[in-house]
Design a protein around this ligand. Structure first.
Ligand SMILES: Cc1cc2nc3c(=O)[nH]c(=O)nc-3n(C[C@H](O)[C@H](O)[C@H](O)COP(=O)(O)OP(=O)(O)OC[C@H]3O[C@@H](n4cnc5c(N)ncnc54)[C@H](O)[C@@H]3O)c2cc1C
Length: 401
């Protein structure tokens, strides 16, 4: 039987956010997630860009997220060699947006908040330990076949949303690749116990250096910090941990090294699928596009995909709109990635890990001196991220999202 519902494949941040937005829009939703519930894996995303705050508020989860996380308004740029500090101050946006701050919160904690809200909706079903293997679509709906603890199970719905991350099985099942580039460095995200604040690091600091560029960010008020750096892909991945002490010793003063709580190493890409829709199957978040993590556009970009897709699916399901609105979703959101999210993230990646190009870092430092010296220029620079949110596909978005 086909319902007018949606199957969301993947219960990562975007799958869960999308499920909540669909539920609030009155659409039946089933989430299929390969992992067991409440896994605490390796370090993942923790910076929620200011541009997402309004959306989290619309979904009714901002207040709780803020009460659990760290809120901050200053992005500091610290030149390691000279000690020079420049600051981008988010309060310059106070006249433009309601929430001029960024939130630090481990993504699994946001997941917990969303799960508690999903539990309030009777028309939401969550299936853990359920790994989607393939799907078959016809003119009325889609059959999704998944391995579950009870063996192979089949789920049928009118629409499927692939939110199953960069290696998306859904994307492969609809015959799409993820063309683009892979950077020659891997990034290493380490969760450390160390008092970076005592050394003058802001809650969010970009440490600028040709060798030791890093993103340093406070995770909680219990002394946990994220140190995100890069190294050549030519170095063996198995020995990342062996090299970490040396990386930290180069930048920190003498004395005991930080306690390393956990770390994860990943390759970095700028990649995007050719389309985000094939028939009744749609892609969002990392399943549709991946970017390096230096701009925090991974979560924000996927969030705005979700907002746009809920508008499109609501129009089709509730208002009988033609399904060409789903093609518009695909075109509009793909363009936001290729024209804004990817180039801006590429720029911030090169600021932090500025490759070998001589003079590039000095040029960037001079550019940021110029930007940070004026509140008007800071505002202009920061507001570029507004473009992550695409214009409504119709004249007005449904109020539920
Ligand atoms: C270490 C690290 C730090 C990062 N830091 C930041 C940051 O601070 N800010 C930021 O904006 N971005 C950051 N990013 C990027 C950000 O994590 C991603 O953009 C984001 O997680 C993408 O969310 P997603 O839900 O689209 O995909 P994912 O997070 O990859 O979630 C996909 C989900 O689908 C499930 N799944 C996969 N295959 C199947 C299947 N076949 N069947 C069912 N379920 C399946 C997976 O188990 C997973 O739960 C970081 C990335 C990394 C690796």
């Amino acid at each position: 039987m086909t319902t007018q519902g949606v199957t969301v494949v993947g219960g990562g941040p975007h799958g869960l956010l999308h499920a909540l937005a669909l539920a609030r829009a009155g659409i039946d939703v089933t989430v299929l997630e390969a992992r067991p519930p409440r896994t605490t894996g390796s370090p993942r995303a923790m910076t929620f860009h200011w541009s997402m705050m309004q959306g989290l508020d619309r979904l009714g989860i901002l207040e709780e997220a803020l009460s659990r996380g760290i809120i901050h308004q200053v992005w500091s740029l610290n030149v390691l060699a000279t000690g020079e500090r420049m600051a981008l101050e988010l309060d310059v946006l106070a006249g433009d947006i309601e929430h001029p701050f960024t939130l630090h919160l481990p993504q699994e904690q946001l997941g917990e908040i969303i799960l508690s809200r999903l539990a309030e909706h009777a028309h939401v079903h969550l299936e853990w330990n359920t790994r989607v293997q393939r799907l078959v679509q016809d003119s009325d709906g889609v059959n999704v076949l998944a391995d579950s603890p009870d063996g192979e199970r089949e789920y049928r719905s009118s629409w499927v949303v692939g939110a199953d991350g960069a290696t998306s099985a859904v994307r492969r099942a609809i015959g799409l690749g993820l063309p683009g580039v892979t950077w020659p460095e891997r990034f290493v995200a380490a969760n450390l116990r160390y008092d970076f604040a005592a050394l003058g690091y802001e809650v969010s600091t970009l440490q600028l250096d040709p060798t030791d560029g890093a993103l340093v960010a406070q995770i909680d008020d219990q002394g946990l910090w994220r140190y995100l750096y890069a190294e050549s892909l030519k170095l063996p991945e198995e020995t990342v941990g062996d090299r970490m002490g040396e990386v930290l010793r180069r930048v920190l003063p003498g004395g005991p090294l930080p306690e390393i709580e956990a770390y994860a190493a990943h390759r970095m890409h700028q990649r995007v699928a050719d389309r985000f829709r094939v028939g009744r199957v749609l892609l969002l978040g990392d399943a549709a596009h991946v970017t390096n993590p230096t701009s925090a556009y991974g979560l924000a970009g996927g969030y705005f995909d979700s907002e746009c897709l809920v508008e499109a699916l609501s129009a089709v399901i509730h208002d009988g709109a033609g399904d060409d609105i789903l093609d518009r979703y695909s075109e509009v959101r793909r363009r936001v990635f290729t024209d804004l999210a990817s180039p801006v993230s590429t720029e911030s990646k090169q600021l932090l890990w500025n490759s070998a190009k001589p003079g590039r870092l000095q040029g960037e430092i001079e550019r940021f001196r110029h930007i940070t010296a004026s509140r008007a220029r800071q505002r202009e620079y920061l507001l570029v991220a507004r473009g992550l949110q695409s214009a409504p596909l119709r004249s007005r978005r449904p109020s539920a999202i």
